[in-house]
Design a protein around this ligand. Sequence first.
Ligand code: URP
Ligand code: ZN
Ligand code: ZN
Ligand code: ZN
Length: 460
Amino acid sequence: MSLLIKNGRVITATDDYQADILVEGEQIVAIGKDLPADNAQVIDATGLLVMPGGIDPHVHLDMPFMGTFSSDTHETGTRAALHGGTTTVIDFVLQQQGHSLQEALDEWNSRAAGTAVGDYSFHMAVTDFNAATKAEIRTMIVQEGITSFKTFMAYKGALMIDDRQMTGLMQEVKQQGGMVTVHATNGDVIDYLVAKHLAEGRTSPLYHYLSQPEVTEAEAAARFTDLAHYTGCPAYIVHLTCEGALNAVRNATRRNQRVYVETCIQYLTLDASKYDLGFESAKWVMSPPLREVKDQETLWAGINQGLVNIVATDHCPFMWQQKLMGKDNFSKIPNGHPAIENRMELLFSEGVVKNRITLNKYVEVACTNPAKIFGMFPRKGTIAIGSDADIILFDPHQQHIISAATHHMNVDYSAYEGWEVTGKVKTVILRGKVAVDNGECLLPSGYGQFIRRNQVSAKI
Ligand code: URP
Ligand code: ZN
Ligand code: ZN
Ligand code: ZN
């Protein structure tokens, strides 16, 4: 079965032109002017932007965390992602301390395989680096196609590793051709501040924010960057939120070190005033917390400076009932917010429409860089002959309002309720199949494939 997308305006990270795109099977086979339809199903893209499917490299689906599970499964989460124009996600496998990486991977495979609607890959979160774990790194990279290893410098007592483990992991991952990624905040300082606030009777969500000041992130970002420089390990900081942390990366560029940086859509669009709403603020309890308007400006500038390479979501949804676990103690509110479905449209509306970034930059940070940095390019992340036909048709003018009443994520509130957005995903194609058309998902659960990733990331 072939598809012919006619008369669209094709946008990649570098190009902008009118063309038709011919898809055969799962791939793009021709791009040109006035391509003949022959027996192909024709999709008219007149007036629409034709862009690569989005890639969100930071999502937590069905993840055991803080005494509960994130509320989107691989099925509901990838389906919601497709509705929002994201065709591939990278989810986090969490090693359980005292257990192997393989056990964790087996568990995640059993949840995602046969249920995911959209394509997915995995990062491996190393929460217990020891001799046995060290021996598994090569297997993960070579046999499983999992080439990025996530670390936590916070969540002390649960996920955090110390600098001894970090250094050992970096040395091994560098040796085997992978990358270390990090949640970079200082777990000890946060722990101290949390305990102090609670001991003095301050229990509301505001104190989640006040327990993670900018210095906790800036210090950890600098320490991680220095260790990556010392070990020579390819390095990536997830969900970077603030000026101090970005300056740590900026400093490293002076010695010609490259540390990849991801921010998330919430840190570009929301600020800490969300913590002034009493317990309702629990909707935005995430780590790191939302920051200041000056940090938003820094992050938008960082995108244009090429210091911030990716805009992800850190999608980690919890139902309101789950958020209520922390009603009397902010440290028990499950951390995370829902955004997997909103990222592409919000970034377009706040970024491109408001003239903060160009259309090419939009595709670069939402689609192409995630594919390049995480070893999926050029199969994913661009529109080119031979690439997977992961394509979105996007109306740049259509306005709509974000609401939990209409979203597809399995969560009973929206962090962006009532936001007016300009630009809407109209049609989504995943590996040659129409996945979403005018608000309807046409793919069955189980269509999503696990994407093995390459050992050496392309340079960007
Ligand atoms: O609050 C967050 N970010 N929840 C998900 C886990 C993580 O730290 O990424
Ligand atoms: Zn075990
Ligand atoms: Zn994190
Ligand atoms: Zn996360």
